[in-house]
Design a protein around this ligand. Sequence first.
Ligand code: ACO
Length: 319
Amino acid sequence: MYSRIIGTGKYLPDRVLSNLDLEKTLDTSDEWIQSRTGIKRRHIAAENQATSDLAYEAARVAIDDAGLSPHDIDLILVGTATPDLIFPNVACLVQKKLGIKGMAAFSLEAACSGFVYALNIADHFIRSGQASRALVIGAECMSRIVDWTDRETCVLFGDGAGAVVLEKGDKPGIIGSKLAADGSRGDLLRASTGITDTENEGKSPTIQMKGNEVFKLAVKTLGSIVDEILEENQLTKDAIDWLVPHQANFRIIQATARRLDMPMERVVLTVQDHGNTSAASVPMALDTAIRDGRIQRGHLLLLEAFGGGFTWGANLVRF
Ligand code: ACO
């Protein structure tokens, strides 16, 4: 038994915040942001929108795209670092908005690697016969946890949600996944506080990042994981039709593409329009390239991501 992607969707909030808009409130420039990161603009959730609202919109599109009704779904998984509440988890909130119940629904925290992790878990549920049609979502409101006075981080992030529907089948589908983490490097990229962080009681969390070190570790870990996943699945670099990377920084994406000897024409890029949307970035990039016709049925895709934790992972997918 295997799982395969039968529908995708994304949702971006209406408000667009450009680099030029940021120039008005910060000591920064469009030129600096574009040359260091590739980002031109990002979307920002409205005050009355939470992560589950974005996730729900993306889920609706993915379920429609799969030709299904919400009642056909028997597992809901959400990767997010910015849940509406501690509980109910975002997957349960989406379940309620979809008007369905009964199936398992849970969220997982792996920062920007959340979707890649969730896809691997959903694939295991389907392969083991525990689920037949899984809704897998990456959704974030990163704008709620950035310090809008910190030019080193706030220019990088955006909000959005992406979703896929996985269905069981007799051919892969998800060919293989590889997940990894190194908790000892958690200090590189973290939220400044949380619920039971006794040292910072009463404060709101904001993103803290050692940008240069994250950059170097991301290039290194992504480089080795793409080699490992190809080797484990006895595939060569030239078999990959599309690289669908986490959209954090154009230069990190370029380095991974170089490692794979892939021309940038075969890399899906959305970072310029979305910024870093954390767990939402890979499913939104995937949906973008499917809808504009670049990714076709039968193509071999390599999805990869890295994020706070430090976490990283990859999925090999026959679309
Ligand atoms: N505008 C203008 N100047 C800036 C800005 C800004 N927005 N931000 C920093 N600078 C300045 C710095 O203060 C520094 O000035 P100085 O030389 O006078 O001290 C100068 O620009 C260079 O700063 P660096 O940090 O060395 O710049 P770098 O080239 O490393 O780029 C960046 C910084 C873009 C953050 C890069 O390191 C990077 O992309 N790192 C990876 C980050 C990443 O991918 N994070 C997402 C992780 S995913 C997740 O889980 C959330």
